[in-house]
Design a protein around this ligand. Structure first.
Ligand SMILES: [Cu+2]
Length: 311
């Protein structure tokens, strides 16, 4: 056998080996869910996101009006992390949305508009929550373990804020939310309001973060409070409504309410309005609110005045 033949044989063997490995590689990819990275990558990324401190940034912004010094860096780091992780295909579209919300958060934090920074931070924080829940649900399904409810994890209470921080052995405190006596106000104008009592029988405080109705019914829904200013009742938008542990909060005429704006049609007595409530810990809660005449003590007429503050 001459040297040339041996060389050719070696090259052929090398090519075959490469092809065999390529085939193995493809087979390994087929085993995964389409588009999925490894479990370890996904777990590492979602753990980092869970511990990034978006909650603390939002709380500090809300309470002091100033974000923590590293808030923008955190948003940018989390944006890179979410963009670069090979999420399973089911999660790739929410991941894209989350990455862009984190980008908006970083941009808003770089500016000096506090309200804008707060709004962008709240949006990114909420999206991160939903994304984390979806990711862990995916992982639990893949692992064949039981699924958790979207409630429970008391993610680190903000340092320096009022209230006891959970001790190491007590991080699984729960918020158990029920909504009672929901009702919405009849309206033939472009605004209405909804009221209800939120009860929390759990050992962790929760927050009502937002409310929404079908976009075919109203263009905007906000959480409002009403305060007396110089003898006039004025409405203000609030970022959230606290629901104490083992306690309740009542949304009622003259106080906290769900403000339904840009109504696209009349709300008639006897119909039912579906309202989706988003809680920080308990997640989404859907309520069916009967539309009815609601008497507002101290205010004339059946309809609420238009907001004089906020938007
Ligand atoms: Cu209002």
């Amino acid at each position: 056998m001459n040297l040339n033949l041996i060389r050719r044989g070696a090259v052929a063997l090398a090519v075959l080996t490469t092809l065999a490995f390529a085939a193995l590689g493809l087979a390994a990819c087929d085993d995964e869910d389409e588009g999925s990275g490894g479990n370890a990558d996904v777990i590492a990324a979602i753990t980092a996101l869970d511990n990034a401190g978006l909650h603390e940034i939002e709380v500090e912004l809300t309470e002091t009006g100033t974000p923590p010094g590293d808030a923008q860096a955190t948003a940018l780091r989390m944006q890179s992390l979410v963009k670069l992780t090979a999420w399973p295909s089911d999660l790739s579209s929410p991941a894209e949305k989350l990455a862009s919300l984190l980008g908006e958060m970083a941009a808003a934090l770089a500016g000096n508009d506090t309200a804008k920074a707060k709004e962008a931070t709240t949006k990114a924080h909420n999206a991160a929550h939903d994304f984390s829940f979806a990711t862990w649900t995916y992982l639990q399904k893949k692992a064949g373990v039981a699924e958790e409810k979207n409630t429970g994890m008391d993610h680190a209470s903000p340092t320096g804020s009022a209230g006891a921080s959970p001790t190491a052995g007590h991080t699984m405190s729960e918020s158990r939310i029920t909504v009672e006596n929901p009702r919405a106000r009849v309206s033939n104008t472009d605004v209405s309001a909804a009221y209800f009592t939120v009860k929390n029988s759990g050992s962790a405080a929760d927050r009502l973060l937002s409310a929404s109705v079908d976009s075919s019914i109203a263009g905007m829904v906000q959480l409002h409070t009403m305060v007396m200013e110089g003898g006039t009742a004025k409405m203000h938008e609030v970022q959230s409504i606290e629901v104490p542990a083992n306690g309740s909060v009542e949304l009622k005429p003259g106080g906290f309410h769900v403000m339904i704006m840009n109504l696209k049609r009349e709300l008639k007595e006897g119909e039912t309005l579906t309202i989706r409530l988003k809680f920080e810990k308990a997640g989404m809660v859907e309520v069916k609110a009967p539309v009815q005449q609601i008497v507002t003590s101290g205010m004339s007429g059946g309809a609420m005045s238009t907001p004089t503050t906020g938007h």
